[in-house]
Design a binder for this molecule. Structure first.
Ligand code: HEC
Length: 247
């Protein structure tokens, strides 16, 4: 008599044995783990150095912390992909060395707003201040939230050396001199005065009052110092995106 119960075949065999399913699942996860972890052992060779890259100044790093805290990365990416449409809109695609001093990475994956990897020097400080206080005042259709409160949040330069020391522990190579001089460097960058030693430590740093309140050091100063440095350090060759007309 023919039974209507056929012998399990192929995938059904795996699905009916918990032990086999467990072992094979583990195997697949292990492969995934290897693919992610093994390249990290070679990361020193993978990241090709690019001239011009340097550590963030303490003021830029404070701005970066504000950017992280406020979740700007949930709407803005900082990675330009190597495709023609991206390169034409934003500039040279991002390279690994440009993120080598980033802890944590702020690459993001969602673009509700534009990519910011090369937004530095695109606008004036005054534009950024107006935009952060009320995005609609400069871009009428903007859906970006306002961050006017940053104008009133003071930055204490004395506190930041300890944070740089912590960053050094996770791999940002700040020197002892950079840590010891953090407070001076913050004041020098935000005022533009006595900035020679600071510029030697951090070449090409933008100087001066960023938020339009010269008598106060605020998180707005720090955030704009950070935005203005994005994409301005790495010296990358120009990319020709013109397509030759076919004969
Ligand atoms: C809810 C999503 C959202 C969040 C969160 C957000 N933005 Fe935006 N951002 C936008 C949109 C949309 C635009 C484009 C319209 C405009 O310029 O305002 C934009 C534009 C910008 C621009 C101008 C970029 C250019 O090339 O024109 C900058 C700079 C910027 N944002 C910085 C920030 C910073 C810094 C933060 C965090 C403090 C932030 N944004 C948080 C959505 C967002």
């Amino acid at each position: 008599m023919a039974s209507n119960q056929t012998e399990p075949k192929g995938h059904a065999i795996i699905e009916r044995s918990t032990t086999l399913l467990f072992v094979l699942t583990l195997f697949v996860i292990l492969i995934g783990g290897l693919v992610e972890i093994v390249p990290l052992f070679k990361v020193q060779e993978t990241v090709r150095p690019v001239p011009g890259m340097r550590r963030y100044t303490p003021l830029e790093q404070i701005g970066r912390n504000v950017y992280t805290r406020e979740g700007c990365y949930t709407c803005h990416s900082q990675q330009i992909r190597p495709f023609r449409d991206e390169v034409e809109r934003y500039g040279h695609y991002s390279v690994a060395a440009e993120s080598m001093y980033d802890h944590p990475f702020l690459w993001g994956s969602k673009r509700t707003g534009p990519d910011l990897a090369r937004v530095g020097a695109k606008y004036s400080n005054a534009w950024h201040v107006a935009h952060m206080i009320d995005p609609r005042s400069v871009v009428p259709v903007s859906i970006m939230p306002a961050y006017a409160f940053l104008m009133n949040k003071p930055v204490d330069p004395e506190q930041f050396g300890a944070h740089m020391e912590a960053l050094r522990k996770v791999g940002v190579p700040y020197t002892q001199e950079m840590v010891d001089r953090a407070a001076d460097d913050i004041r020098a960058q935000a005022s533009g005065e006595d900035a020679d030693a600071m510029l030697e430590r951090y070449p090409k740093a933008k100087l001066g009052d960023f938020d339009g309140q010269p008598d106060r050091l605020t998180e707005m100063d720090a955030l704009i110092a950070y935005l203005q440095v994005l994409g301005t350090l790495a010296e990358l060759p120009p990319i020709d995106t013109k397509v030759e007309a076919r004969p």
